[in-house]
Design a protein around this ligand. Structure first.
Ligand SMILES: NC(=O)c1ccc[n+]([C@@H]2O[C@H](COP(=O)([O-])OP(=O)(O)OC[C@H]3O[C@@H](n4cnc5c(N)ncnc54)[C@H](O)[C@@H]3O)[C@@H](O)[C@H]2O)c1
Length: 270
């Protein structure tokens, strides 16, 4: 897909992988990128990014991706100012790790907290799907307004969605909620890949390995250093820019479909 002058919405853009993706896409000549995050840092991230890029391409939106009104307001404003949203990378995510079932000192079993599970599903699974649907809807509405029905190959690709999965999508100890949401995104991706192409929109998923972001820095560093990194081909954390570069490739190359694993060869052991 040609990237020049396109419009994007990226969630989680105040930090890590999504922030790097905003910068990489902006350098490809996008017209505008709605950068969404629940953190105040979204303002400084956009300000700093625009200064580096020497143009006002990153537009901050502060709010919670699970809030439907907020989501609609973001798309409403972006469409009003720039037109349909061609690219959506709904990357905002959280980890809330704990064993599925453990036994306390008195021998009582403790199940993973159900409220926490619902929260992770809201943020990591439902929200990315609905931000993607909203983006596809802007293209569908625009095409309907122009009297266009089913997309035809001679029309240029209209849009691309990239979900952010994880190596944990294939199951990882201590990550019952996170792994479930990341595996769930595969179902959404493969369904949308079949449905959204009606409107000319492609949909794919990237599965990053351990990447050097605040999310990973909050984990047990000794465990990562001693148990995980030696098992990876690169023996270091991946850089957010490496994941961003792969995302840009997936958007640009319309022949890519399905999943791309960007994990330096690490997969969760039994
Ligand atoms: N870092 C890794 O190793 C790794 C590996 C695989 C997948 N991922 C995925 O990549 C994505 C980005 O992760 P990251 O490592 O860059 O993490 P990060 O913590 O650096 O960034 C996540 C961003 O999402 C925002 N966010 C969280 N909940 C939100 C909400 N409800 N509404 C709006 N914004 C919210 C946070 O404020 C933060 O800025 C996530 O989906 C994560 O699951 C990360």
């Amino acid at each position: 897909m040609q990237l020049q002058d396109r419009v994007a919405v990226i969630t989680g853009g105040a930090s890590g992988i999504a922030r790097a993706t905003c910068m990489s896409l902006a350098r490809e000549g996008l017209r505008a990128i709605g950068v969404v995050d629940v953190s105040d840092d979204v303002f400084s991230a956009c300000e700093q990014g625009n200064r580096e890029l020497e143009r006002e391409v990153l537009i901050p939106f502060k709010g919670d991706v699970t809030n439907t009104e907020f989501r609609r307001a973001v798309f409403g404003e972006v469409v009003k100012r720039f037109g349909p949203v061609h690219i959506c990378v709904p990357a905002a995510g959280i980890v809330r790790d704990a064993l599925a079932v453990k036994v306390d000192e008195a021998g009582r079993p403790i199940l993973y907290d159900e409220h926490l599970f619902r929260k992770v599903i809201e943020v990591n699974l439902l929200a990315p799907i609905y931000w993607a649907l909203e983006s596809i809807a802007t293209i569908a509405a625009d095409r309907a307004r122009r009297g266009l029905g089913r997309w035809e190959p001679e029309q240029r690709v209209q849009g691309t969605i990239i979900f952010i999965g994880s190596i944990s999508s294939s199951g990882n100890r201590g990550q019952i909620s996170y792994a479930t949401t990341k595996a769930g995104l595969e179902g959404a991706q493969s369904t949308l890949a079949k449905e959204a192409i009606y409107h000319g929109v492609r949909c794919a998923i990237i599965h990053p390995g351990f990447t050097d972001t605040p999310m990973v820095r909050a984990m047990d560093q000794r465990y990562i250093r001693e148990k995980i990194l030696p098992q990876t081909q690169l023996r270091r954390l991946l850089r957010p820019e490496e994941i961003a570069e792969a995302i840009v490739f997936m958007i640009r190359n319309s022949a890519t479909s399905g999943a791309l694993w960007v994990d330096a060869g690490w997969h969760p052991p039994a």
